[in-house]
Design a protein around this ligand. Structure first.
Ligand code: HEM
Length: 235
């Protein structure tokens, strides 16, 4: 699989098949999210639900496949980006861009799961359409603890199975901290925006903007890595 992904790609002079497929999928997912967002803005809750749910689920499945095949995250932490441009540009532009991209994508993945759960908790079906129900919506202390302990157990189990380096453990610790952070932020936002409908709209809009930012940063990283200079090592 790794050798297949490292074949020459079809989008740019130096891209690999893996990089090109990843980039194309990022474009497709973002376009689908934008379509889903437009449906929500037009008050077509059911269409929004279907498009967003399928696009998010496909994106999450893709991340799992990408992670299994290419060691997501750990590569960036171990400095194996294979950047072919000048070293100053690597440190001043590429690394900060990559870090912003990783931060945006990591938060985006956690928020995808969070938003799907929030969607189901807030929306009800009415006359064939889905509408958000106004009213106070809060997470019980029991549910809060269950999600936190579940995320901790999941990260500990996966890191024990897969990690052979400190960098890899760091990726899992950061992953768990992200979930804990989102849970704490949810508690804060519950206090700030107690109404579930308003919360879905506010965090949903933030999530959509985050995905647009993810596409912009991935486009820049792709151009720096595969369009301008030949990479020094395989990705
Ligand atoms: C990652 C997942 C999701 C994101 C990012 C998201 C985002 C949004 C945004 C931004 C809006 C407000 C649009 C506006 O008025 O400006 C919205 C509305 C809505 N969402 Fe979601 N959503 C997600 C998942 C879901 C799911 C899974 C459901 C249903 C189970 C759902 C049901 C709805 C409904 C019914 C509306 C109201 C549409 C209307 O105004 O009539 N959403 N969503």
């Amino acid at each position: 699989m790794k050798a297949w992904l490292e074949q020459p790609g079809f989008l740019s002079p130096y891209g690999t098949l893996g990089a090109d497929l990843s980039y194309l999928l990022a474009v497709v997912f973002t376009v689908l999210f934008l379509i889903g967002w437009r449906q929500a803005r037009r008050r077509r809750g059911q269409a929004h639900h279907v498009v967003t749910l399928w696009a998010m689920s496909a994106m999450l499945a893709y991340f799992v496949a990408y992670y299994v095949n290419r060691g997501l995250g750990a590569l960036a932490f171990e400095g194996e980006e294979g950047f072919g441009g000048p070293p100053e540009l690597y440190h001043r532009l590429f690394v900060p861009l990559l870090l912003v991209h990783i931060a945006v994508v990591s938060l985006g993945i956690v928020l995808a799961v969070y938003m799907i759960v929030l969607g189901y908790r807030t929306a009800v079906k009415r006359n064939g359409n889905r509408v958000l129900q106004p009213g106070r919506l809060s997470m019980s202390a029991g549910a809060f603890l269950k999600v936190l302990v579940g995320a901790l157990a999941f990260s500990a189990l996966l890191s024990a199975i897969r990690c052979h380096s400190v960098a890899c453990y760091i990726v899992y610790v950061v992953g768990f901290l992200l979930v804990a952070f989102v849970l704490l932020v949810e508690k804060g936002i519950e206090w700030l925006i107690p109404d579930g409908e308003r919360r879905h709209r506010a965090i949903g809009t933030f999530t959509m903007i985050l995905y647009v930012l993810a596409l912009l940063t991935s486009t820049s990283t792709y151009v720096l890595l595969y369009v301008i200079w030949p990479p020094t090592i395989g990705s």
